[in-house]
Design a protein around this ligand. Structure first.
Ligand code: AMP
Length: 292
């Protein structure tokens, strides 16, 4: 069995579960609170806190894990990213109390008290800039620390910045950007386990790749195929298929079917362009997986 450490609560839970389900690895938990659940095949999930996942993977308690890049970096453990999963996007930022009136790091005077759940990254960031700080380690609700009078500055995660603003904090620097990653321990020797993990990586990546794409099918006039090639570049140009039952047996019909993979952002434009070329029976579908 290969054990994959997955977050048991918090922001990464939903999208992680959705991704694994779409990749055909359904969580079959005996209850909502189960620590371990089968994912089908040779995989099982170990549900733990997102912040503990780097340790579990580095120590070998799990063969792989899904957690935030911020937590991976904070752990300082030797881990390798197999896939950037793209969700859980946020930034680790430095924010100062609005009433301090500072807009940049350089404007901070003295030795600020910095509250954070990321002591390692915070120390590294300020040390690299030759700035002295007094670290105020907290375990959550960092943005409250300035209100309690125990910090002047916070280092915290944000995506929209609204929580910081509501709490009278002004963002003054970005330490790093983060997304969820599929990780393994660095420097693993080749084994059947690593091959199974590579298959997992391929499965997850193919689902992620497919999400941004649509499959388009349409019947177009054969005479316009050159123009269709411009509109539907596809992975290797569109697939062109003859349509049966057009006129006499063996005759080449005036219409042909074209199939192509198109980026979902471009789909609106593509349909309009195909219609302009005389396309009929346009069909657009989602793709479950895409392996180029
Ligand atoms: P949590 O939900 O607090 O357990 O956070 C788990 C992880 O979700 C964090 O370590 C980040 O990698 C990620 N995350 C994504 N967006 C945010 C956000 N706006 N604030 C905090 N964490 C976020």
């Amino acid at each position: 069995m290969l054990r994959i450490a997955l977050p048991n609560k918090g922001r990464l839970v939903e999208e992680t579960r959705e991704l694994f389900t779409d990749a055909g690895l359904d969580v079959r938990a005996s209850s909502d609170r189960a620590l371990i659940a089968s994912l089908g095949g040779e995989f099982e999930a170990l549900f733990v806190g997102a912040q503990d996942i780097p340790e579990f993977v580095a120590d070998g308690a799990a063969d792989a894990g899904v957690t935030g890049w911020d937590l991976i970096c904070e752990s300082g453990r030797a881990l390798e990213t197999l896939t950037d999963l793209g969700f859980g996007r946020c930034r680790l930022v430095v924010a100062a109390r609005e009433d301090l009136g500072v807009g940049t790091l350089e404007q901070i005077t003295g030795t600020p008290r910095v509250a954070t759940v990321f002591p390692r990254l915070t120390e590294m960031f300020f040390t690299e800039r030759g700035m002295k700080i007094e670290l105020v380690p907290v375990s959550g609700a960092v943005e409250i620390a300035p209100h309690l009078g125990i910090a002047d500055v916070v280092v915290d995660l944000t995506s929209t910045g609204s929580t910081l603003r509501v709490n009278g904090l002004r963002e003054i620097a970005t330490i790093m950007e983060s997304t969820a990653r599929l990780i393994v321990a660095a420097g693993r020797p080749e084994s059947p386990r690593t091959r199974a993990l590579d298959e997992l990586q391929v499965a997850l990546s193919s689902v992620l790749r497919a999400r941004g794409k649509r499959y388009v099918m349409a019947n177009v006039p054969r005479a316009r195929l050159e123009d269709v090639r411009r509109v539907l570049p596809g992975l290797n140009g569109p697939t062109v298929v003859d349509i049966l039952d057009q006129g006499a047996p063996g005759a080449r019909g005036t219409m042909v079917a074209v199939h192509a993979v198109v980026s979902s952002e471009a789909i609106f434009r593509t349909i309009a362009d195909l219609k302009a070329l005389g396309a009929q029976g346009i069909l657009v579908t989602r793709i479950e997986r895409l392996m180029p």
